[in-house]
Design a protein around this ligand. Structure first.
Ligand SMILES: Cc1cc2nc3c(=O)[nH]c(=O)nc-3n(C[C@H](O)[C@H](O)[C@H](O)COP(=O)(O)OP(=O)(O)OC[C@H]3O[C@@H](n4cnc5c(N)ncnc54)[C@H](O)[C@@H]3O)c2cc1C
Length: 465
């Protein structure tokens, strides 16, 4: 018997039908890759907008495209094993709605509803359970990958282990992720949030360390509002709530943080509490909210930015960036930040060092003694014409042995880039999954093509040899 409960959710007692449908989609993509004749680089398109910082001159728009739109099925939810198997273009909104029916949720749920599972593995993914579990990719058990030659690989910690590890943060340059299985955790119907306010960064970090070292909290994130105001949002699952707050129209969750000492949200609403904005929500005026509040959210803004990219700024785009700073170097970094940037609020997500990821260099890991990082996220810092703040952030991160996600503007030169990102591991996988470099390499895609700059080496494909 086949059940279809919600759009995009199919689980069948006859896996053959499901597998056949999935296999047909894979064969379509593999055939496109095997028989392609064009020489333009290859990248992906899907129904949902890319959740990368939109860039005016992004060359990827002119690529040959592989359409992932129909890889949008939830293939299986196993409430006993607490796992879920999906195709990559499924969104977190769809998965959370489906798994909550079983009292389960994904461990890491990035805050924008239309971020896809595949994009969060190939790109980046953090949220308020990261202090326990790292990134979404750290909760994944296996991947199905289509290589540039149209071969289909099954990857896990035991099968093709290096490929399995390197897919994360590869930004679509190591193959097409076509299926993934990941872990789920039990969830109560509500989340009780306590907002703990600290005057000093030191006290704020001590509180983070307390929660990191103990079992009590389910969720942990915070915001830095000034050098003397730090709020830590400690979330715990609860079965009952005396009231629940909604932040999908006139009110915005991020604006409640400095005002409320506690709050109760439905678990679904908690997971997407920042869908309209992490630190700033527009429109700000009550009239503007009343009229457009329900229409303006991450999906609509990113869709418009992608569509009307010709109107994006040519120079000095506002800064949207996620920075990873070793826990013990935070004070040093924030001293610099208060002095040089002084833009608030800064979103703060503690991130557990799960192990020394293969996609970063051993030399970089040797500079980190901490079991914990702080992800510091800045959304909307305006740039003056005489400074490149993205570059200043990159330079300061080198001072504190930090790194950043590659979703925004990246100005690393190639040597510095590969002193952080592990070229040896990357190349070893690239040779297997894309030896002719049809997907571009990681540096070229995220630091050159994204900014509309030419590939640095003479011929595409040469840079890795
Ligand atoms: C304003 C803003 C706020 C953000 N906030 C957060 C946050 O709080 N937490 C967080 O975790 N992330 C955040 N992100 C980052 C976002 O989650 C990542 O950029 C994520 O990778 C986007 O996923 P996506 O599904 O939109 O995929 P895209 O943006 O479409 O893809 C991301 C990369 O993955 C590649 N890719 C996509 N699908 C596949 C596939 N099936 N196989 C191989 N490669 C693939 C693409 O080529 C691309 O290089 C934010 C981004 C923006 C712009």
């Amino acid at each position: 018997m086949q059940l279809e409960s919600e759009p995009g959710v199919l689980w069948s007692e006859e896996p053959s039908w499901q597998d056949a449908r999935h296999a047909a989609k894979i064969e379509r993509i593999a055939r496109q890759l095997r028989h392609r004749t064009r020489t333009r680089p290859v990248s992906f398109k899907k129904k949902t907008p890319p959740h990368q910082v939109p860039k005016r001159s992004d060359q990827r728009r002119n690529d040959e495209k592989i359409d992932l739109s129909d890889l949008d099925q939830i293939l299986e939810i196993d409430p006993v094993a607490r796992t879920c198997t999906v195709e990559p273009a499924v969104t977190f909104d769809e998965v959370v709605r489906a798994t909550l029916r079983y009292g389960l949720v994904p461990i890491i749920v990035p805050e924008h509803k239309t971020i896809t599972l595949g994009g969060s593995v190939a790109g980046c993914s953090i949220e308020s359970m990261s202090f326990r579990y790292g990134g979404f990719h750290d909760t994944c058990l296996e991947y199905e990958l289509i290589t540039a030659r149209g071969d289909v690989l099954h990857c896990s910690p035991d099968q093709h282990p290096l490929i399995f590890q390197m897919i994360h943060g590869s930004f679509g340059t190591l193959g097409v992720l076509s299926k993934l299985r990941f872990r789920l955790v039990p969830a109560s119907p509500y989340v009780h949030v306590r907002n703990e306010t600290y005057e000093t960064l030191e006290a704020f970090q001590q509180a983070i360390w307390r929660h990191f070292s103990s079992e009590g909290a389910d969720y942990l994130d915070g915001q830095i509002f000034s050098p003397t105001k730090h709020v830590l949002c400690v979330g715990r699952f609860v079965e009952r709530a005396p009231y629940v707050s909604r932040y999908d129209w006139l009110k915005a969750y991020c604006e409640s943080i400095p005002r409320l000492s506690e709050d109760y949200l439905r678990t679904y609403d908690y997971l997407f509490r920042y869908d309209r904005g992490v630190t700033h929500v527009f429109p700000r005026s009550p009239v503007g909210r009343a009229l457009f509040g329900k229409l303006v959210h991450s999906d609509s803004v990113l869709r418009a930015a992608d569509r009307f990219h010709r109107f994006l700024p040519k120079k000095n785009p506002s800064v949207i960036v996620d920075l990873f700073v070793p826990f013990s170097r935070t004070a040093e970094f924030m001293d610099w930040y208060h002095r040089e940037m002084h833009f608030y609020p800064v979103w703060c997500v503690p991130y557990r060092r799960m192990w020394d990821y293969e996609w970063l260099t051993p030399r970089w890991w040797a500079g980190v003694n901490d079991p914990l990082f702080l992800d510091l996220a800045i959304y909307g810092l305006k740039q003056q014409s005489d400074r490149n703040l993205y570059k200043e952030f990159e330079d300061e991160l080198l001072q504190v042995n930090g790194t950043k996600t590659l979703i925004s503007y990246n100005y690393y030169d190639e040597q510095t880039f590969w002193s952080i990102w592990n070229k040896d591991s990357y190349q070893a996988v690239k040779q297997l999954t894309d030896p002719n470099n049809i997907f571009r390499d990681l540096y070229t895609k995220t630091c050159r093509a994204a900014l509309g700059l030419p590939t640095q080496t003479a011929a595409a494909g040469a840079s890795l040899h």
